[in-house]
Design a protein around this ligand. Structure first.
Ligand code: PLP
Length: 472
């Protein structure tokens, strides 16, 4: 380990590890540009790699959010910490046009594990995350098809909060809108539980048996008969995360791929939340392929979140048939981040060597089946969706009308915290009238949870739900 040269070890430790005092916190709240930071302060984890985080007031909370679905290997995973310290002794930054050892190994690894037609594909990495990875995909589409500059996007989709990606995303409660709104052709997303064609048996991400995929026909018509411009790319989360944990039925994705191919539209999968083991497979694309034996793989895929198990990274993987970008077309100062790449490389090794996606599949099935059993006697549980640890529980006021139960979700998060468990929420879907929908609870703990911890989640979910309903 390098010895400090300019400061004493204790000076560095004091800055980074000493407990905060009240005065510092009060001043920080005044200094904060973001106004709604929560009152709780996260200070660490129960132990390295734990699914519990600790708070300043001495509590230990079971994290069903993996802190924005990022800590797939638990909070402060020790292997990742070790990788970071090793990498920090070598290279922590370089111009983005230089290769570094970790960059070579990571790019080769990602190309090797990429699904379907992306296997052996071309890789780009950034230090920002999913929004930037998608902007890279958009730039790629623009240089590969100069005939247009429109992109198909979907209702309830979320692709980031940069001023470009905001436009591609479902509108959020913000006081401004994204730039370049004319670039997006918004379409139906196949949300079977609320099917506008009234097929009632669309549960758990599977469509009603009698459904004729009218939603897909709608997309085809929008693209082929009533386009608002020339679409050159189609950005979709194959399983929507922020919008409410909604996996698209496989036949929709098969049909979408066909429509894109016929119309020379590049298919871009945003696997920000479904990548790196969360669904029970390394990628959501792979989950569909292995479950249904259908190749739905896209032309471009973007990744972030759990990719580096707690270190910021965004990744774009593109098919080899595409023209590549120049250093000016895909550029940022930190576009070759060695620390993030080291964490990502080690993360992939851990996921593969320890069969962690399989664990996500096993533990996820236990949680979803427990909640499905509960739904027999608790009518407010409208739908329970997976796969793996990509779990959404949709609350309704009435199982027949399926009217969203926003209040129950709010209660669950609140009561859950009191019970020592932190649940996630879908993003708010806003109407122009100010009415909003936010009724799907997310259960997305680190993928390394063991049997006992899974049982704890089931127990705390049940307890929290019963208390929440009682207190409404
Ligand atoms: C599906 C999806 N795509 C894209 C993004 C944007 O990623 P980032 O916040 O890293 O830009 C997110 C972030 O929540 C996401 O959930």
């Amino acid at each position: 380990m390098n010895e400090p040269k300019y400061l004493k070890k204790e000076e560095i430790e004091r800055l980074l590890t000493y407990p905060l005092n009240e005065e510092e916190i009060i001043i920080c709240r005044k200094n904060h540009l973001l106004t709604n930071v929560r009152e709780h302060i996260i200070t660490g984890s129960r132990e390295p790699g734990s699914i519990y985080f600790k708070t300043q007031d001495g509590r230990e909370i079971l994290d069903c959010t993996s802190q924005a679905w990022v800590y797939n290997l638990g909070h402060n995973n020790p292997d990742i910490s070790y990788a970071l310290s090793i990498q920090s002794q070598q290279v922590t930054h370089s111009w983005s046009y230089f290769l570094t050892p970790v960059r070579v190994r990571l790019f080769n690894k990602i190309a090797e594990i990429a699904p379907g037609q992306l296997k052996g594909g071309k890789v780009s990495v950034n230090n920002s995350g999913g929004g930037w990875a998608l902007e890279c995909a958009i730039r790629l589409a623009l240089i590969n098809n100069k005939k247009g500059n429109q992109f198909i996007v979907f209702r309830r989709g979320y692709h980031g909060s940069s001023l470009v990606m905001m436009g591609a995303s479902q509108r959020l409660p913000m006081r401004f809108s994204g730039f370049g709104q004319d670039h997006w052709m918004r379409n139906f997303f196949p949300y079977c539980f609320h099917c506008p064609w009234n097929y009632k048996e669309g549960f758990s991400g599977k469509r009603d048996k009698s459904c004729n995929l009218e939603c897909l026909e709608m997309v085809r018509q929008n693209i082929e008969m009533f386009p608002t411009g020339t679409p050159i790319g189609c950005i979709i989360e194959p399983m929507q995360g922020p919008g409410g944990q909604i996996p698209a039925p496989v036949d929709f994705l098969v049909g979408l791929k066909e429509i894109c191919k016929n119309n020379k539209i590049l298919l871009i999968y945003d696997e920000a939340q479904t990548g790196f083991g969360r669904t029970g497979k390394m990628f959501g694309t792979e989950w569909y392929e292995s479950t249904y034996n259908k190749d739905i793989s896209p032309d471009i895929m973007t990744l972030t979140k759990g990719a580096a198990a707690g270190v910021p990274i965004g990744i774009t993987v593109a098919s080899t048939k595409l023209r590549t970008l120049t250093e000016f077309e895909e550029h940022s100062t930190f576009a070759s981040p060695p620390l993030a790449m080291a964490a990502c490389l080690v993360n992939i090794e851990i996921l593969q060597k320890n069969n962690i996606p399989q664990n996500a599949d096993k533990q996820g099935k236990k949680i979803t089946s427990h909640i499905k059993d509960l739904s027999e006697s608790i009518p407010q549980i409208g739908d329970v969706r997976g796969p793996g640890l990509f779990i959404g529980v949709e609350f309704v006021k009435d199982p027949d009308t399926r009217e969203p139960h926003n209040q129950l979700l709010e209660k669950m998060v609140h009561v859950g915290w009191k019970n020592g468990i932190f649940f996630g929420e879908q993003m708010q879907i806003m109407s122009t009238a100010g009415y909003f929908i936010q009724n799907t609870l997310k259960i997305k703990p680190p993928l390394i949870i063991n049997d006992e911890e899974t049982e704890k989640i089931c127990e705390l979910f049940e307890k929290t739900l019963k208390e929440s309903i009682k207190s409404l």
